[in-house]
Design a protein around this ligand. Structure first.
Ligand SMILES: Cc1ncc(COP(=O)(O)O)c(C=O)c1O
Length: 403
């Protein structure tokens, strides 16, 4: 019985129960969380954990945000959790209007996850490619080190051999190219390529900030050759880099942006921002989703995006982001256990000498949640509402667990 077992055997029981009933696609941590408040989670024993991972970049507003709760209660009082995309809703239209007003896009498509957003963006790119070119203009180019999701086309664009190999054949017409101007120059053929997709900061791939020069080159060459530029901002967007959209941080305007993770405050939601020339080629029936942009998720997302677009919050992320980078560099100098530190805003990667998973596990003991981004990289994705004092507390624990 879990209730009477010792702490370590309770963890073992939890692990075995999860292994028995949930398909083991994730190696889960032993603790079970029962409550969250602000930037902290609490497990069954009442132990608190400072969360510097935000449920993998989802909980930008932390836990227990009163606005999210009020919004959900208001929607529940109308009885409209779902009506289908056959009908209009005020919540969906309000959210779409805000996203269009605050971006380059002329319209938005709502879906349910990041991978779905990328799959949709690939479809829209092909639709548009055929409209402006020939039937041969269908290719999608992705970059070395990128992660775009686990479905067949998004997986084909994802540069992780171990994620891809067991599931071949993946979607055709998707190729991965080096992050290199010479190779991209050859790959980006306007006759056969409809789109190139890039994460401005590669999250799963080790928190790699793509050089602004390469992004500018991509913008220039895609414009010249009539190729759609898609920014996958699923992890790095919506305030995480200190600008509402990640593309603003680099001074580049893409043709489509995919977003998900923090969009609906932890409810599943994705979206695609679509520039006018592409949007004009999309007709009823070209794409669809049963749940995408329903009244509950859209209302919550409307609250979230208004909060995340707040200039004061974004300025704090930029300022604290610089401070975080300095702190991490100091820790690296003192500890000798860090090989490199990279990042921007509230998205940092720390290359460690030992397996990153070992440091993560010591964090659980010490009441700190950080995650990995590859075998030797720790990843920090703090909630965007975190205060400097909590970041400081996190840095103190991190330095301790690095040993
Ligand atoms: C950059 C990026 N793209 C796409 C995805 C896939 O999103 P989802 O897990 O919601 O399908 C992720 C998820 O980690 C991501 O980080």
């Amino acid at each position: 019985m879990i209730g009477t077992a010792t702490k370590s055997s309770a963890s073992a029981n939890v692990r075995s129960a999860a292994a028995a009933d949930i398909l083991p696609t994730y190696k889960r941590a032993p603790m079970r969380f029962v409550r969250g408040s602000g930037v902290e989670l609490f497990d069954e024993s009442g132990k608190s954990y400072l969360d510097l991972s935000s449920g993998i970049a989802v909980n930008a507003l932390g836990y227990g945000d009163s606005g999210i709760r009020e919004t959900i209660e208001n929607v529940l009082s109308t009885g409209l959790i779902h009506v289908s995309n056959l009908y209009r809703t005020e919540a969906g239209e309000k959210l779409a209007h805000f996203l269009v007003e605050t971006s380059f896009a002329s319209s938005v498509f709502f879906c349910n996850s990041g991978a779905e957003a990328n799959e949709g963006a690939f479809k829209f790119a092909r639709r548009w490619g055929r409209a402006v070119g020939t039937d041969a203009k269908t290719g999608i180019v992705a970059l070395r080190g990128g992660f775009h999701g686990r479905l067949f086309a998004s997986l084909a664009a994802t540069d992780r051999p171990s994620y891809r190999a067991p599931f071949r054949p993946l979607a055709g017409g998707v190729m991965i190219c080096e992050r290199d101007q010479v190779e991209l120059d050859v790959a980006l053929d306007g006759e056969s390529i409809a789109a190139v997709i890039v994460e401005p900061v590669q999250g799963e791939g080790g928190v790699r900030v793509i050089e602004t020069e390469l992004l500018k080159y991509l913008r220039k060459v895609t414009e010249e050759r009539g190729i759609a530029l898609i920014f996958d901002e699923i992890q790095c967007g919506l305030g995480r880099l200190g600008t509402f959209h990640a593309y603003e941080r680099f001074g580049i305007v893409p043709d489509m942006v995919t977003m998900a993770k923090p969009l609906a405050g932890g409810l599943p939601m994705g979206a695609i921002l679509v520039a006018k020339p592409i949007a004009e080629t999309i007709k009823p029936g070209d794409h669809g989703t049963t749940f995408g942009g329903g009244p509950l998720v859209a209302a919550v997302a409307d609250h979230v995006v208004h909060r995340l677009a707040d200039p004061a919050l974004l300025a704090t992320v930029r300022e604290n982001g610089v401070w975080l980078g300095e702190q991490l560099a100091d820790i690296a100098r003192r500890s000798g256990k860090i090989r490199a530190v990279r990042g921007l805003g509230y998205m940092w990667g720390i290359d460690v000498v030992e397996p990153a998973a070992d440091v993560v596990a010591r964090g659980w003991d010490a009441g700190l949640l950080v995650i990995t981004a590859g075998e030797h990289t720790l990843r920090l994705l703090p909630p965007l509402v975190i205060e400097r004092s909590d970041l400081q507390r996190g840095m103190t624990i991190l330095e301790k667990i690095l040993g």
